[in-house]
Design a binder for this molecule. Structure first.
Ligand SMILES: Cc1cc2nc3c(=O)[nH]c(=O)nc-3n(C[C@H](O)[C@H](O)[C@H](O)COP(=O)(O)OP(=O)(O)OC[C@H]3O[C@@H](n4cnc5c(N)ncnc54)[C@H](O)[C@@H]3O)c2cc1C
Length: 271
């Protein structure tokens, strides 16, 4: 039995109702109960909601991207991904710390690394301790003002075309692994309204909510947000969609379980 199936059976034993596949389109917070609308017209009334809709890792808008995902294109850089390209030519896309850490990790596994950065200076968004290690690493070439503009290969990625946005110069480089670290977009677009989010749309919870965002909802409650509670009382967020989350499976699972504990406080469940 898969773990998913076991979890579903356990939930059903406790009288859960499940709707899947089913897309949430809105949460109306104006009434006494939260009103959740599902695509297709179903409405659910609830005293508490946990949002765990995750985030989508950004990709590059170039031909054949989907074809090479998991066949040379990766969004993480652990032993697992590196196994398939250790000692080979690889490219890392991105100018933030995660890209820098990936480049150093790949170099330590014998890879020849092109670090492809759209801006002209890697020091703008990357910590100086990483920049210093990268520029002195003979296995890493920094390609500033450069973008990947084409992908080539048969059933897996074999080479990439790089274009310098200043000179227009193009180069085709062998590439057995393309590691993409250009951020993630939270699946929170459906939650428009008065929920506090950060500049990128990740949902703010508890101590991360600025006081000015704790408006009318909280005036008569006599309490502040509980752990994982958003700026809307009774609405919680856990996992990748949450501002400040670690973006790992174990963290998302733990956050969800901890959010349930806060839900119990809101709905007055005694355990
Ligand atoms: C390519 C890749 C590799 C990764 N590798 C690792 C790894 O090796 N180790 C690790 O720990 N982590 C890894 N991660 C990160 C890990 O997958 C996430 O941190 C984790 O899945 C987050 O869990 P979550 O429940 O918050 O979101 P998700 O797992 O993204 O789940 C969100 C769910 O909500 C659904 N959803 C979205 N919007 C709506 C809506 N409006 N209505 C209804 N449902 C909706 C989505 O369809 C999805 O099923 C990887 C991620 C990626 C993309």
């Amino acid at each position: 039995m898969t773990e998913n199936k076991a979890a579903s059976i356990q939930a059903l034993k406790f009288g859960e109702r499940m709707y899947f596949p089913s897309k949430v389109t809105t949460v109306d917070t104006s009434g006494e109960r939260l009103r959740i609308s599902l695509f297709g017209g179903i409405e659910i009334l609830a005293r508490a909601v946990i949002i765990a809709t995750g985030a989508h890792y950004r990709s590059l808008p170039i031909a054949r991207w989907g074809e090479f995902e998991n066949a040379g294109i990766y969004y993480a850089c652990t032993e697992l991904e590196v196994r398939s390209c250790a000692g080979r030519e690889v490219a890392v896309v991105g100018g933030s710390n995660s890209a820098g850490q990936a480049a150093l990790f790949l170099s330590s596994r014998g890879c020849t690394v092109d670090l492809v950065v759209r801006g002209e200076d890697i020091g703008v968004r990357m910590s100086s301790y990483l920049v210093n290690r990268i520029v002195s690493d003979p296995m890493i070439s920094v390609r500033a003002s450069t973008e990947i503009t084409a992908l080539e290969g048969d059933t897996s990625l074999e080479s990439v075309r790089m274009t310098n946005s200043v000179t227009g110069e193009e180069a085709v480089k062998p590439c057995r692994g393309l590691f993409c670290f250009i951020g993630a977009d939270p699946a929170s677009g459906w939650l428009y309204g008065d929920c506090s989010v950060d500049g990128n749309g990740f949902i703010r919870t508890d101590a991360h909510i600025p006081t000015e965002d704790l408006g009318k909802h909280w005036q008569n409650l006599g309490r502040g947000p509980l752990p994982f509670e958003t700026s809307i009382p009774g609405v919680f967020a856990a996992g990748d969609v949450r501002h400040g989350s670690i973006k790992r499976v174990a963290a998302a699972v733990g956050e969800g379980a901890s959010a349930v504990s806060s839900v119990h406080q809101v709905v007055g469940v005694r355990l």
